[in-house]
Design a protein around this ligand. Sequence first.
Ligand SMILES: Nc1ncnc2c1ncn2[C@@H]1O[C@H](COP(=O)(O)OP(=O)(O)O)[C@@H](O)[C@H]1O
Ligand SMILES: [Mg+2]
Length: 375
Amino acid sequence: MATLTLKGLKKVYDRHVVAVQGMDLEIRDKEFIVFVGPSGCGKSTTLRMIAGLERISEGELYIDGKLVNQLPSKDRDIAMVFQSYALYPHMTVYDNIAFGMKIRHASKEEIDRKVREAASILNITEFLNRKPKALSGGQRQRVAIGRAIVREPKVFLMDEPLSNLDAKLRNQMRAEILKLHQRIDTTFLYVTHDQTEAMTLGDRIVIMKDGFVQQIGTPSQVFDHPANTFVAGFIGAPQMNFLDAELIRQDGGYAVSVAGVCLPLTQEQNAALDAAGTPPQPITLGVRPEHLELCGPDEEGAVLHGTCDVFELMGSSIHIHVDCGGKPIVLVRLTAEPQESRNYYHGTPISFRLLSPLVHLFERSSGRNLLPVQN
Ligand SMILES: Nc1ncnc2c1ncn2[C@@H]1O[C@H](COP(=O)(O)OP(=O)(O)O)[C@@H](O)[C@H]1O
Ligand SMILES: [Mg+2]
């Protein structure tokens, strides 16, 4: 049980490397928060400040309403699991999990009960007498998590815990971590550079770049209403397509002029742009690959044309890479028939339609979303 409050949390290394720039965040009890962003954006530093492994340069950190900036790590009631499992090689799995309790002089019975309970949650009971070197990567990671569980921490911190696992095991462990969260009912703070992990695990996601928070929101908020082009491009795969376009005035409303076609905007989009007093301007138009609709070359609407570059058959979908007058665009066709791939080869003419409710409008100069973003 724990709430956390980060107020202007900042970290400066060596007097000039600003790793985290004034982060504000309220974390609810039992919430699963994921920090995500490219390498070097300050995720680990944020977690290490919360854990008490790194001094906070500026700002305040509260756990359950209590200021803990000066509280030593061991008194914060926090457990952390790292990418490198950091197990003791000469000890059995049992002793690795029990170690922290032993040095705190817990009774033999209590230690045994907790180790077996954790092992059962993590499905490693049969390995309790093995040494870490006789375990697979996934099993070692479970032991590392087991060691954290037995501490019954208020807050669980995990820094890229799945990065050393192969893709299949990573998917499996992702599901296990969700189950673990449901089962032990603790606040989880999780760091990853992988947007899929962030989207599938987080109640809310904190997207970071160069030490700055770009957006905080639920997976659907950041996917449907990205705050800027960075978030839009980072979340979702294949990546959102971006096109240079113009926001124009037309028939008393707004429209987008792109690649020689005109796309009138919806009533809702019009109302939002009006409310913000948005002037006509150069924009970056964003469209997710799954939101582009294949159509015939002469159909009505905002239809763009190009030629097929390559296509990828992905099982239940096809990714079509289109060359639109030198600009690469990706389209995803869901529920594709396998034989459909025969329709596409290098050079095939492709036409597709933009649908106004499914486009995103970003200010060209700053990349900021021109439509309202819920946080
Ligand atoms: N101990 C340190 N001393 C100096 N700079 C550091 C130290 N640790 C991290 N940094 C720098 O701080 C920035 C953020 O690092 P980090 O929090 O590890 O990023 P992430 O976990 O997102 O990859 C990087 O520019 C990194 O080089
Ligand atoms: Mg890191």
